[in-house]
Design a protein around this ligand. Structure first.
Ligand SMILES: [Zn+2]
Ligand SMILES: [Zn+2]
Length: 337
């Protein structure tokens, strides 16, 4: 595919290089080999292969892929049939838990690199009058190794009718921000990626498709809920007497609420697990569980009325201790005969 060279060798980086290094290496080589900048006959072919290597490496780097939502990665065009694409644009996207549960439309700021309008994206502008070449100071020659070579910026003429574009400093691109309305599917988790076709880096020539916009999902911390995989964890303080008696209990959910039934039991912390009530299913991944930790709460300063009730309750329990609290009954028989 890359004519004998591995993608990372093409880019001169380690096989396990991170995204930043891959991008950096590609930018440097692209500056060197872009056919607009390099007149060598092999420049276009080399540039295409570098871009293919870059796309390939970024694809490998993209670890946790969701096969359901994403198209296959734009692999390096093996025989020139596939249309080439500009680079993908990567950006983080923070979602609230409510958005994870319900999805919806979200307005997202995209850091964009638009083609410079002043120079039409080529990085240089045509001057009305030729001016002294700044690279060779008009001599038409520059120092090269042991001798002098023709200046490539002015083709050895010493003057040039083109100058670096002041708007973009010659990069052909200007930074900016734009908003984009993004449809958020339900059930996205941290580290997953939302891919928007054609919303990435703009292409610099008509033959090239724009890159994709790839939004890496982060989840904003929530004061009430925590995530563990697709499980949603919630601590729910509850009256110790409700835990003893059992009954209905309301629990909050991101953007909603739910009524559950708790069985009579002991007034010690316990977990209730509701399968399917956690992070919604997405693709092949099933919905997680809602795990509620019930935390018994006793009255801080019981009123005289409550104290009277407690006394009645205590007498009722002690009336038949062997049946109601056998462990206590056994202890008393042993140590207080
Ligand atoms: Zn420009
Ligand atoms: Zn020159």
């Amino acid at each position: 595919m890359l004519k004998g060279l591995a993608a990372h060798d093409m880019l001169g980086i380690a096989a396990d290089a991170d995204a930043v290094s891959i991008k950096k290496a590609f930018r440097r080589l692209a500056m060197q080999w872009h056919p607009d900048r390099n007149a060598a006959p092999e420049a276009l072919e080399t540039f295409k292969r570098l871009r293919a290597a870059y796309v390939h490496m970024m694809g490998l780097h993209d670890g946790d892929r969701d096969d359901d939502e994403f198209e296959p990665d734009a692999e390096a065009p093996p025989s020139g049939h596939a249309q080439s694409r500009a680079a993908d644009h990567f950006q983080d996207l923070e979602l609230s838990l409510e958005e994870v549960f319900h999805g919806g439309e979200k307005s997202v700021w995209i850091e964009s690199q638009d083609s410079c309008e002043a120079c039409d994206g080529c990085g240089t502008i045509e001057l009305a009058h030729g001016r002294l070449c700044t690279s060779c100071h008009g001599s038409g020659r520059i120092r090269s190794g042991s001798g002098l070579a023709a200046c490539t910026d002015c083709d050895g003429r010493g003057y040039s009718k083109r100058a670096i574009c002041g708007e973009c400093d010659g990069s052909g691109k200007v930074g900016g921000r734009r908003t984009l309305s993004v449809r958020i599917p339900r059930g996205m988790l941290p580290g997953e990626e939302l891919r928007l076709e054609g919303e990435g880096e703009p292409s610099s020539d008509a033959a090239m498709l724009p890159g994709d916009l790839r939004l890496r999902i982060r989840i904003a911390p929530h004061p009430l809920f925590a995530l563990e995989g697709r499980d949603l964890l919630l601590r729910r303080p509850v009256s110790a007497f409700r835990m003893l008696a059992g009954g209905k209990l309301e629990v909050p959910l991101p953007g909603g609420r739910l009524q559950i039934d708790i069985a009579p039991g002991t007034a010690v912390a316990r977990e209730i697990r509701l399968e399917g009530a956690g992070v919604p299913a997405r693709g092949k991944r099933q919905a997680g569980a809602l795990r509620i930790t019930l935390e018994p709460q006793f009255p801080d300063e019981p009123s005289p009325e409550l104290c009277a009730l407690f006394r009645r309750l205590a007498e009722e329990v002690e009336h038949d201790l062997a049946r109601n609290v056998p462990s206590l009954d056994a202890w008393q028989r042993k140590w207080l005969p």
